[in-house]
Design a protein around this ligand. Sequence first.
Ligand code: MRU
Length: 377
Amino acid sequence: MNVLIRGHHRHFRTVTFDAQRNAVVLIEQRRLPHRFATVATRDFRETAEAIQQMVVRGAPAIAAAAAYGLAQGVRAFRGRSSTTFARHLETVYQTLKSARPTAVDPVNAMDEVRTAMRTGADVAEQQSMALAAAEHFANASASQCEAIGQQGVKLIREGLRVLTHCNAGWLACVDFGTATAPLYAAQAAGRKFHVFCDETRPRSQGATLTAWELSQQGIPHHVIADNAAGHLMQRGEVDLVIVGSDRALGRTGEIANKIGTYTKAVLAHRHGIPFYVAIPLSTIDWQIKSGLAIPIEERDASEVLGAWGTITNPRTPGDRTKSGRHVYVRVADPASGARNPGFDVTPAELITGLITPVGIFKPTELWKQRRSLGWLA
Ligand code: MRU
């Protein structure tokens, strides 16, 4: 998507690879919307760290980062022994896999890269095949998100008021976004609509990332407190909900997404509002048989007990805190601890449809449609 930098629009992908430096290049998402910058990781451990620390986040984006991280790791290997190389590959794979556990996309992406590498005759060939496969994954992921836009655009009629949760935009993907792709396609078709962005505590991806993306794109929107959605729905001010997902179960139609998604689905059901989930094929898990078996990431308590922000103005006359400084402020009682589950699971019966690159399906249709959805027996 395009970013306005010093008056000029420039196209960026969230995740790319610099083959010369053997570096994964990422948009640094923790400083948005106040500062736009890219960072380059020097090795696969730094890439895993960037995923864990949420420099890059969002299921398809961390999938591309993991695929490139795998290529980065294997390209750094020096030597010709296939056995030592296989051991090194396993270390790289496990390090990247364990960075964040809920999204299945990084695992699916790295499995694709590993499978592609298998036909390489020797270490050198496997190293170059790894990068080609990672590039292929990233390009296919961007194309799938664009296709989600084409499938979902029919849902965004003139004057619609849409609610979204967290950031399932282009920053969460290689490009285009999942939940936002139909919005961008509708805007391109000349339709006018309004978006409510859930703030999405504790990391505030809705307030910081989705709202920024929509501003860049010129789409009218409001940030709302996470607790405000029920009120707006009750007053008839929300017509449709679209969210993304970190893991959609092909066998049951349940979806895991950012904590608070389940609450919004219950509210939407209560008020008869359609609730859609937009996913690329890498988000489908064909193995797990129950939502209760999805690993839910527990993050640090500090995320709940405080908040990050950027000082925009001195707070009081004479305050010497520098404008532009990124700071963490403690909000909760200093003696309190916190629980911080990062994701929750929405049951299939609360989901109106899944917007995929190949069509919109009811959650229970995923298994029947498994061949067109990329299931490999
Ligand atoms: O913790 P995050 O910011 O990685 O969580 C992101 C989400 O929950 C997104 O909705 C999900 O990854 C889908 S992104 C297209």
